[in-house]
Design a protein around this ligand. Structure first.
Ligand code: PMP
Length: 350
């Protein structure tokens, strides 16, 4: 008798999520995290919630949902929270796709999209970015078939930092069939300074098939606690909540997210400083002769092609960890000014 355990055969072919590496003693600019730890007020909320860790969290994250509802002026039945926005990406696939149905997204984009699609038994359809590293929305429209259920538009795009503007997005959404759900993944929204890049909420309020994803991991500095949220039409939110893993947004994360919203002004001011640093880093890289697409996120993209891995190794020799995508490019998170200086010195000597 065979002792093999019958797991899903297709999982062997599933790409693995490769997180940014941490190297002791090196500056980590590999995961689009913000550099500082939690503010004292947030740390206090974390400590208070930890003291009640024997209790299950509020499954519905009622206080956080109500708080987001007030902040965003969106009804509570239009908000779903998730264990990071990556969990919500997976929930959207599970909530919309039957086996074999298709999910369209740009490539390269957030590396979880193909993974959550395949985990959900759906089929990923990757649409190459344009030569300027932006979404090719016309090609994405052309990729929609009767089997398409979901489209991810990552704005700004991870890992390129590039954006789609209001006019392009409006034109695109006007042409997407109304039964296809479009998820506008705005994980980096708070770093956007270009007024032509629309707030996805404008669209999610007005269109039943458009959802917006946001996270507390980036601007709010809570990557380690795992909490994100989606805004969409109530029937879509209902379906997304149905496939939520019970209790997956823990009580500490809920309390920290609320305390972060209390400190929103301070945290958003920090994002504004990071946007300035981003422009300084990009300008310096351009002066050094690198190609760097315009970016609205807290990272820059260096499309180095075959030199990517050598660049990442060189940066590591200078004690900086970047995020390489072999054969394509390196993504480098904006850190503190002094961390960025160390990185720029590495880039200068490459
Ligand atoms: N969307 C995008 C575009 C991202 O880059 C990330 C994180 N790298 C996420 C979603 C997921 O973030 P989290 O699960 O931490 O909210």
């Amino acid at each position: 008798m065979s002792s093999e355990i019958p797991t899903r055969a297709d999982l062997a072919a599933l790409p693995s999520y490769v997180p940014g590496a941490s190297v002791p003693g090196a500056i980590k600019l590999a995961s689009n995290e913000v550099p500082g730890g939690p503010l004292p007020s947030v740390a206090e909320a974390i400590a208070r919630a930890t003291a009640e860790a024997n209790r299950y969290p509020d499954m519905a994250a009622t206080a956080l949902v109500e708080r987001l509802s007030a902040e965003l002026d969106v009804a509570t039945n239009r908000i779903a929270v998730g264990c990071g926005s990556v969990s919500l990406c997976q929930q959207f696939v599970q909530a919309t796709c039957h086996p074999g149905e298709e999910v369209v997204f740009a490539w390269r984009s957030f590396e979880a999209y193909p993974i959550v699609t395949q985990v959900g038994n759906a089929t990923p359809v990757r649409v190459p970015l344009t030569h300027s590293h932006t979404h090719d929305l016309d090609a994405m429209l052309a990729a929609i078939t009767p089997k398409t259920r979901l489209v991810f538009v990552c704005n700004p795009n991870n890992p390129t930092g590039t954006t789609v503007d209001r006019q392009e997005l409006t034109r695109f959404l006007d042409r997407v069939p109304p039964h296809v759900v479009v998820v506008l993944d705005e994980a980096y929204r708070e770093f956007v300074t270009d007024a032509d890049v629309p707030d996805g909420l404008e669209f999610a309020r007005a269109r039943r098939n458009v959802a917006v994803l946001r996270t507390f991991s980036k601007a709010y500095g809570l990557a380690g606690l795992r909490v994100g949220y989606a805004i969409a039409a109530p029937e879509l939110v209902d379906a997304v909540r149905k496939v939520y893993v019970a209790f997956s947004v823990n009580a500490v994360a809920q309390a920290a997210a609320i305390a972060s919203l209390d400190a929103k002004e301070e945290l958003l001011a920090r994002c504004a400083d990071m946007a300035l640093e981003r422009e300084r880093v990009r300008d310096t890289l351009l002066e050094l002769g690198y190609e760097v697409p315009p970016t609205q996120a807290n990272f820059v993209w260096l499309p180095l092609g075959e030199r990517t891995m050598a660049f990442a190794e060189h940066a590591l020799e200078h004690k900086v960890v970047v995020r390489p995508f072999a054969g394509e490019g390196a993504r480098v998170t904006i850190g503190t000014p002094s961390e960025n200086d160390v990185f720029l010195e590495a880039a200068r000597s490459f």
